[in-house]
Structure formats: structure tokens, C-alpha cells
Design a protein around this ligand. Sequence first.
Ligand code: AKG
Length: 484
Amino acid sequence: MDPKSDAESVLSTGDSVPLTFDGFIDNWTARTWSITALASSLSGKFNCKMAPKSSDLLMETDCVYEEVTVQEFCEWCEGSAQPPSPLLKYDKSKFSAYVDYKYMKDMFVDKPDMLQAVKWDVFGLDGRNGYDSTIWIGSESASTPLHYDTYGFNLVAQICGRKRWVLFPPKDTQNLYPTRIPYEESSVFSEVNLKCPDTIKHKRVKNCHFHVVTLEPGQVLYVPRHWWHFVECLEDSVSINTWVEMPEDNVSRLHEAVTRTLFTALLPALSGGATSQEKFVNPTEELHSAAVNLTYLQQSLQSLRDYRDINTQPPNNFTSFARTFRGIPIVKKQEKFKDKLGGYPSPVKDTETRPETKKRKTDENLQYHISEVEKRMLSMAPDELCTQKCADTDNVCGESCEQDSSVATTVSLVEGVDFNSFLESELGGSPPSATKKMGLVSEWTETEIKMADIVQCVLHPVLIGETSKMITDKFVDSINISQK
Ligand SMILES: O=C(O)CCC(=O)C(=O)O
């Protein structure tokens, strides 16, 4: 194998690409979770995002929120909502429901055992579990608008149901018309409506590189730092993710502090008073005074100074993640576009979409860290391996045995396609020419739209990057980390 094509080298290039991992979380207790099982374990009430099924651009500020138990969510999904469920008034054929972006340490506060049901050690992240993870419980069609996260890299484990991810590299940022409205610390949203791209208003979207993947239960997706993503549940689904801190986050923290300071100062002009703030600020976001924001900005400068001054750098999570996959080959996989975005897919047969899986060769000279899954396999006697029906293509056991991909591990590349291929597969080749602004919560006035457009230019990530660089040059010398 060409050493440059192993997973570690692909991950470690300056611009790594999304990868999917098969067979790495089969031993998680969380793999057995279903929405029904969660409903019987969790009694609390959680915020649930209700969104109309529509091909309009849908931001989180356009949705309504209801407080529900997971049992009520589950009954609504099954079409058996009962009074006094607040979801009773929503028709499942017209709405989606999303108990999204919930920190597991809050949701499972009185169920500490359930936090141990998630273990990221197999990805080189020792000791990382549910305490550092977020859970997303969505009905079919529930979605998260196109955005990128400013901090870290992301690992996403699909627990049940399938989810479609459309990803774009950071080099497409200008092609995706970034906006900080609605404002959320650590997320940059896009103005582009992927379900119905307006190629007149957003001409550059045609230059984008679309990386599309359908995550199936048991798969894990690696989302590299600053990759844009639009995510949609193809079925009722549960996923769990962890955002993993990186050294570059020190610079991102300064960018975010500058953005927050400017946004908070501009908000009164935008909203004409407190009443319409909800249009401009994402529902989960909490704003602070200018004084608190400036303190936060100073703290981010201090973190940069500390980072520069530490002689021995703290362990780098990304290096440790990448090193775990040294010597592991990468399978090339391109989404077959079996299901249309926002459509009502019929189940896909496993054999049609899964890449071929191969059990890795056990060679003492290979220096890679052996995954937990593989350790389990290696601790088995050869005939035990046979009864597990492993994909023994190297014939370790010497017997012929039936192939079963569930015990093998595979790392696959999520390759990119261009705009036309994306449109042909997803929208039947005819892009609509206009995008409407959704307004389930409240309609936007002409003045608000104009003001928001101006603020969005002032808060453009490129400008914030330049301002942050100036601040860094003035207050912190020679920072030795990427300032992208
Ligand atoms: O699963 C989703 O709907 C969105 C997930 C997401 O945005 C993330 O993990 O960064």
C-alpha cells in the first residue's frame, strides 16, 4: 500500500477531507438505543424544534419550539400523540420535530451510566465519553441549516435511522455567502438554500464542491475543522457527536469574541428595540453586555499568549486521532444519490451502498494503534473468528468462512461532486431561480432585511479574520498557530 494513502496521511494533510468509519462503535452500549428506548429512560422535558416541511430556506429563528418529553416525541413520531402533548397540533406529514443539540451531561444528569454508553477511545480520544458529547433526536425531515462550526473537528456517530450530510470544504466559504445573522456563538450560517439554490442571487454556489454522504446506523463521520454542513434526517433518527478541541481554536476564540462584541453593539439598531431580537439571535444564544464581551475578548488574547508561552504544548487531540489510523487503507466511496434531499426515501439495501469491507492484516511491524473492535477480534481463537463470520479475506483462520461486514472496520473517503451533478441527482436538473424567506415565527420587513444585509457584511468572517489579525499583531507577538 502506498503509505501516502493511509488514513493518517489523508487526515494529516493541511486540508483533510470527510471520512466515514464502519465497524468502530459496534461495542458501544449506545448502539442499542432507539427513540423508544430513550423515551422509557428519560423522564424530563426538552426543547423541541418544530419546522414546516418545505423547500424554503429555513433558519432556526423561523421555527417554533415546544417543551416535550421524549415519550411525547416518540408518540408523535408513531402517530399516536395523546392530550396533553403539545405536539398534538402538528401534522406529521407537514412538520418535522427535532430535539437537537442537547448536551448529554444535561440530558442524562440523573443517568450517569448512560454517559458511559458512548466511548470515543477507539478514535484515539482516551477517556472521552457521553460527558463530552451532544445528542440529536430527530423525526424524518428534521434538519440543521447549512453552517460551519468555528471550533475543533467533529466526530458524529449515527445510532439509529439514516441521516444525509451535505458537506463543503472551507475553500468554498466565499461561494456559500456566510452570514452571522441569525447570530450564534461558534456557528457561521450560509445564506444559500441548498434545497432550492438561487443561482441568480448566489452565483458563486455553482463553484462549490459538494461532498454528500448518507450516514447509516453504526457509521461514524469525521467532519474536518471549518467544513460547512447541511444535515437532514432521512428517517426518525438518533445521532451523537463530539466536537474535539484543536490548537487552532485559540485563534477562533478571538474571532468569536470580536464578532460577539460587534454584534451585541449593533443589535439595538437592527431590532429597533428588544421586541424583534428573536429574528436576529439564534434561540439558544445568550447575549452579554459590552463590558462582559470586552473581558471575553481580553481573555481570548490571554489564551493566545499562554499558548505561545508554553514550551511543551499540551497533547494535540487531532494528532492522536490521526495517529490511530496509521497504516489503515482508505476506501473511496461516492454517494449514489439514492434518495432525494427532503424526499421520502424508500429503504436502501445494505449491499448496494456499503463499500467492500476487509479485515485489516495483523502484522507486528505495523505501528498503528489497534482499535478496540480489532482487539476484540484478535483475542478470539481462530475458530471463534469463524463462528463470528468475519470478513477473513486474509484467511487468518485458514478456513473458508462466510463474509459479514459487521465485524470488520473500514475507513472511507467522502468524495466531492460538482454543482451540476448535485443538482441532477438531487433536484432533477432544474434549479429554481428564486429563494423565499421563511417566516413561521414572524415576517421580515424590507428595512429589517436591508439592515441585516449591512450587518452581515460588517461581520463577514473575512473582515473578522483581518480585524483579529490586527489585534493579535498589536497585543500578542509571534503566534505559532494557523491564523486561517
Ligand atoms: O445532525 C444535525 O442535524 C446537525 C449536526 C451538526 O451540525 C454538527 O454535529 O455539527
